[in-house]
Design a protein around this ligand. Structure first.
Ligand SMILES: O=P(O)(O)O[C@H]1O[C@H](CO)[C@@H](O)[C@H]1O
Ligand SMILES: O=c1cc[nH]c(=O)[nH]1
Length: 234
Protein backbone atom coordinates (compact mmCIF):
# COMPACT_ATOMS: atom_id res chain seq x y z
CA UNK A 1 0.00 0.00 0.00
CA UNK A 2 1.09 3.54 -0.69
CA UNK A 3 -0.29 6.84 0.55
CA UNK A 4 -2.61 7.12 -2.44
CA UNK A 5 -3.09 3.52 -3.62
CA UNK A 6 -4.57 0.88 -1.33
CA UNK A 7 -3.63 -2.17 -3.43
CA UNK A 8 -1.56 -4.90 -1.81
CA UNK A 9 1.79 -5.80 -3.39
CA UNK A 10 1.10 -7.91 -6.50
CA UNK A 11 -2.40 -6.50 -6.99
CA UNK A 12 -1.28 -4.00 -9.66
CA UNK A 13 -0.37 -5.36 -13.10
CA UNK A 14 2.78 -4.37 -14.99
CA UNK A 15 0.46 -2.88 -17.63
CA UNK A 16 -1.61 0.03 -16.35
CA UNK A 17 -4.17 2.03 -18.33
CA UNK A 18 -4.82 5.44 -16.82
CA UNK A 19 -7.91 7.54 -17.51
CA UNK A 20 -8.24 10.85 -15.68
CA UNK A 21 -11.78 9.86 -14.70
CA UNK A 22 -11.98 7.07 -12.07
CA UNK A 23 -15.44 6.13 -13.36
CA UNK A 24 -13.98 5.61 -16.84
CA UNK A 25 -11.55 3.21 -15.14
CA UNK A 26 -14.49 1.33 -13.59
CA UNK A 27 -16.45 1.18 -16.85
CA UNK A 28 -13.42 0.09 -18.89
CA UNK A 29 -12.38 -2.58 -16.38
CA UNK A 30 -15.90 -3.99 -16.19
CA UNK A 31 -16.31 -3.85 -19.97
CA UNK A 32 -12.98 -5.25 -21.13
CA UNK A 33 -11.40 -7.33 -18.35
CA UNK A 34 -12.10 -10.81 -16.99
CA UNK A 35 -11.81 -11.71 -13.29
CA UNK A 36 -11.96 -8.02 -12.33
CA UNK A 37 -11.46 -6.87 -8.77
CA UNK A 38 -11.28 -3.38 -7.33
CA UNK A 39 -7.78 -2.72 -5.98
CA UNK A 40 -8.00 0.94 -5.05
CA UNK A 41 -10.58 3.31 -3.62
CA UNK A 42 -8.34 5.73 -1.71
CA UNK A 43 -9.76 9.26 -2.25
CA UNK A 44 -12.26 7.74 -4.68
CA UNK A 45 -9.51 7.35 -7.30
CA UNK A 46 -10.72 3.92 -8.36
CA UNK A 47 -8.37 1.19 -9.58
CA UNK A 48 -9.24 -2.28 -10.95
CA UNK A 49 -7.14 -5.29 -11.95
CA UNK A 50 -8.18 -8.22 -14.14
CA UNK A 51 -7.02 -9.97 -17.26
CA UNK A 52 -7.34 -9.10 -20.94
CA UNK A 53 -6.81 -12.07 -23.26
CA UNK A 54 -5.06 -13.78 -20.35
CA UNK A 55 -2.69 -10.91 -19.53
CA UNK A 56 -3.00 -9.00 -16.23
CA UNK A 57 -4.02 -5.37 -16.73
CA UNK A 58 -4.85 -2.60 -14.25
CA UNK A 59 -7.07 0.41 -14.90
CA UNK A 60 -6.18 3.19 -12.44
CA UNK A 61 -7.70 6.69 -12.44
CA UNK A 62 -5.13 9.49 -12.45
CA UNK A 63 -7.34 12.46 -11.59
CA UNK A 64 -7.22 15.71 -13.54
CA UNK A 65 -4.00 17.64 -14.09
CA UNK A 66 -0.32 16.81 -13.96
CA UNK A 67 0.22 17.11 -10.17
CA UNK A 68 -2.42 14.42 -9.62
CA UNK A 69 -1.24 12.16 -12.46
CA UNK A 70 2.33 12.50 -11.18
CA UNK A 71 1.44 11.02 -7.79
CA UNK A 72 -0.20 7.95 -9.31
CA UNK A 73 2.45 7.41 -12.00
CA UNK A 74 5.26 7.64 -9.44
CA UNK A 75 3.62 5.21 -7.01
CA UNK A 76 2.60 2.76 -9.75
CA UNK A 77 6.15 2.63 -11.09
CA UNK A 78 8.22 2.92 -7.91
CA UNK A 79 6.08 0.93 -5.48
CA UNK A 80 4.19 -1.51 -7.69
CA UNK A 81 6.65 -2.11 -10.56
CA UNK A 82 4.43 -0.89 -13.41
CA UNK A 83 6.33 -1.14 -16.70
CA UNK A 84 3.82 0.13 -19.27
CA UNK A 85 1.54 3.10 -18.62
CA UNK A 86 -1.00 4.14 -21.22
CA UNK A 87 -3.14 7.18 -20.62
CA UNK A 88 -6.68 6.80 -22.01
CA UNK A 89 -7.97 10.35 -21.93
CA UNK A 90 -10.30 12.87 -23.47
CA UNK A 91 -9.01 15.97 -25.25
CA UNK A 92 -10.09 19.11 -27.05
CA UNK A 93 -9.31 19.28 -30.78
CA UNK A 94 -7.15 22.19 -31.97
CA UNK A 95 -7.20 21.61 -35.75
CA UNK A 96 -10.19 22.04 -38.06
CA UNK A 97 -9.69 18.68 -39.77
CA UNK A 98 -10.16 16.79 -36.48
CA UNK A 99 -13.68 15.72 -35.47
CA UNK A 100 -15.41 14.63 -32.25
CA UNK A 101 -14.58 11.01 -31.37
CA UNK A 102 -11.48 10.91 -33.58
CA UNK A 103 -8.51 9.31 -31.81
CA UNK A 104 -5.23 11.15 -31.27
CA UNK A 105 -1.94 9.44 -30.41
CA UNK A 106 0.35 11.90 -28.67
CA UNK A 107 3.83 11.62 -30.17
CA UNK A 108 5.00 14.57 -28.06
CA UNK A 109 3.45 16.65 -25.29
CA UNK A 110 4.17 20.38 -25.13
CA UNK A 111 3.50 22.22 -21.87
CA UNK A 112 3.99 25.52 -20.07
CA UNK A 113 5.40 23.50 -17.21
CA UNK A 114 5.18 20.10 -15.55
CA UNK A 115 5.69 19.02 -11.93
CA UNK A 116 9.10 17.76 -13.17
CA UNK A 117 10.07 21.12 -14.70
CA UNK A 118 12.38 22.15 -11.84
CA UNK A 119 14.86 19.32 -12.28
CA UNK A 120 15.74 20.40 -15.82
CA UNK A 121 16.89 23.93 -14.84
CA UNK A 122 17.21 25.96 -18.09
CA UNK A 123 16.61 22.98 -20.38
CA UNK A 124 13.28 22.57 -22.21
CA UNK A 125 12.92 18.80 -21.93
CA UNK A 126 10.79 17.32 -24.77
CA UNK A 127 8.41 14.66 -23.40
CA UNK A 128 7.74 12.03 -26.05
CA UNK A 129 5.87 8.74 -26.36
CA UNK A 130 7.51 5.33 -26.24
CA UNK A 131 8.08 4.33 -29.85
CA UNK A 132 7.12 0.66 -29.49
CA UNK A 133 3.77 1.62 -27.95
CA UNK A 134 3.15 4.35 -30.51
CA UNK A 135 3.92 2.03 -33.41
CA UNK A 136 1.67 -0.70 -31.99
CA UNK A 137 -1.15 1.76 -31.33
CA UNK A 138 -0.98 3.06 -34.93
CA UNK A 139 -1.22 -0.52 -36.20
CA UNK A 140 -4.13 -1.32 -33.86
CA UNK A 141 -6.02 1.82 -34.88
CA UNK A 142 -5.46 1.16 -38.60
CA UNK A 143 -6.67 -2.43 -38.21
CA UNK A 144 -9.88 -1.13 -36.61
CA UNK A 145 -10.40 1.58 -39.25
CA UNK A 146 -10.31 4.29 -36.58
CA UNK A 147 -10.01 7.90 -37.72
CA UNK A 148 -6.57 8.58 -36.31
CA UNK A 149 -4.25 11.57 -35.90
CA UNK A 150 -0.66 11.19 -34.70
CA UNK A 151 1.44 14.14 -33.61
CA UNK A 152 2.07 16.72 -30.91
CA UNK A 153 -0.46 17.60 -28.23
CA UNK A 154 -0.54 20.29 -25.53
CA UNK A 155 -0.71 19.33 -21.85
CA UNK A 156 -2.26 22.37 -20.20
CA UNK A 157 -2.52 23.32 -16.53
CA UNK A 158 -5.82 25.09 -17.09
CA UNK A 159 -9.09 23.85 -18.47
CA UNK A 160 -10.65 27.31 -18.68
CA UNK A 161 -7.80 29.17 -20.36
CA UNK A 162 -8.23 32.95 -20.66
CA UNK A 163 -5.51 33.23 -23.33
CA UNK A 164 -7.05 32.69 -26.81
CA UNK A 165 -3.78 33.86 -28.40
CA UNK A 166 -1.91 30.97 -26.77
CA UNK A 167 -4.45 28.48 -28.12
CA UNK A 168 -4.00 30.09 -31.54
CA UNK A 169 -0.22 29.69 -31.37
CA UNK A 170 -0.58 26.02 -30.48
CA UNK A 171 -2.89 25.52 -33.49
CA UNK A 172 -0.48 27.42 -35.77
CA UNK A 173 2.32 25.15 -34.64
CA UNK A 174 0.41 22.00 -35.55
CA UNK A 175 -0.69 20.89 -32.09
CA UNK A 176 -3.54 18.41 -32.52
CA UNK A 177 -5.32 18.69 -29.19
CA UNK A 178 -5.23 19.81 -25.58
CA UNK A 179 -5.45 17.72 -22.42
CA UNK A 180 -3.88 17.97 -18.97
CA UNK A 181 -1.61 15.00 -18.11
CA UNK A 182 0.53 13.48 -20.89
CA UNK A 183 3.65 15.68 -20.56
CA UNK A 184 4.21 14.64 -16.96
CA UNK A 185 3.36 10.99 -17.69
CA UNK A 186 5.99 10.87 -20.44
CA UNK A 187 8.56 12.61 -18.24
CA UNK A 188 8.08 10.37 -15.19
CA UNK A 189 8.08 7.22 -17.37
CA UNK A 190 11.31 8.26 -19.10
CA UNK A 191 12.96 8.98 -15.74
CA UNK A 192 12.23 5.43 -14.58
CA UNK A 193 12.92 3.67 -17.89
CA UNK A 194 9.36 2.47 -18.44
CA UNK A 195 7.05 2.84 -21.44
CA UNK A 196 4.28 5.44 -21.77
CA UNK A 197 1.78 6.58 -24.37
CA UNK A 198 -1.30 8.80 -24.38
CA UNK A 199 -4.23 7.61 -26.46
CA UNK A 200 -6.88 10.32 -26.55
CA UNK A 201 -10.45 10.61 -27.80
CA UNK A 202 -11.65 14.01 -28.98
CA UNK A 203 -14.43 15.00 -26.58
CA UNK A 204 -14.78 18.62 -27.67
CA UNK A 205 -13.59 21.05 -30.32
CA UNK A 206 -11.97 24.33 -29.40
CA UNK A 207 -12.84 25.92 -32.76
CA UNK A 208 -16.44 24.82 -33.21
CA UNK A 209 -17.50 24.54 -29.58
CA UNK A 210 -18.90 21.03 -30.21
CA UNK A 211 -18.74 18.88 -27.07
CA UNK A 212 -19.76 15.45 -25.80
CA UNK A 213 -21.64 15.18 -22.48
CA UNK A 214 -19.86 13.86 -19.39
CA UNK A 215 -21.78 10.55 -19.54
CA UNK A 216 -20.23 9.79 -22.94
CA UNK A 217 -16.75 10.80 -21.74
CA UNK A 218 -17.21 8.28 -18.93
CA UNK A 219 -18.58 5.23 -20.70
CA UNK A 220 -18.32 5.43 -24.48
CA UNK A 221 -14.68 5.57 -25.56
CA UNK A 222 -14.41 1.85 -26.33
CA UNK A 223 -12.33 2.28 -29.48
CA UNK A 224 -9.64 4.15 -27.56
CA UNK A 225 -9.54 1.51 -24.83
CA UNK A 226 -9.23 -1.32 -27.36
CA UNK A 227 -6.38 0.46 -29.14
CA UNK A 228 -4.61 1.06 -25.83
CA UNK A 229 -5.04 -2.56 -24.69
CA UNK A 230 -3.84 -3.96 -28.01
CA UNK A 231 -0.78 -1.71 -28.02
CA UNK A 232 0.11 -2.28 -24.37
CA UNK A 233 -0.35 -6.04 -24.27
CA UNK A 234 1.91 -7.60 -26.89
O1 LIG B 1 -10.86 12.68 -19.62
P1 LIG B 1 -9.57 12.77 -18.88
O2 LIG B 1 -8.74 11.57 -19.00
O3 LIG B 1 -9.75 13.22 -17.43
O4 LIG B 1 -8.72 13.95 -19.62
C1 LIG B 1 -9.13 15.29 -19.83
O5 LIG B 1 -10.32 15.63 -19.15
C2 LIG B 1 -10.04 16.41 -17.98
C3 LIG B 1 -10.67 17.76 -18.13
O6 LIG B 1 -12.04 17.65 -18.34
C4 LIG B 1 -8.52 16.49 -17.88
O7 LIG B 1 -8.05 15.47 -17.02
C5 LIG B 1 -8.11 16.29 -19.31
O8 LIG B 1 -6.79 15.84 -19.52
O1 LIG C 1 -8.09 19.24 -21.06
C1 LIG C 1 -9.02 19.21 -21.86
C2 LIG C 1 -9.78 18.04 -22.10
C3 LIG C 1 -10.80 18.06 -22.99
N1 LIG C 1 -11.08 19.22 -23.61
C4 LIG C 1 -10.37 20.35 -23.40
O2 LIG C 1 -10.64 21.38 -23.98
N2 LIG C 1 -9.36 20.30 -22.52
Amino acid sequence: MTIHIGAEPGEIAETVLMPGDPYRAKWAAETFLSDVRQVNAVRGMLGFTGTWNGTPVTFQGSGMGMPSLSIYANELIRDYGAKTLVRIGSCGAMQERIALRDVILAMTATSVSTPSRGIFREVNYAPCADWSLLEAAVAAARAKGTTLHVGGIYSSDVFYDERPDLTEQMTRHGILGVEMEAAELYTVAARHGVRALAVLTVSDHLMTGAALPSSERETSFAEMVEIALTAAVQ
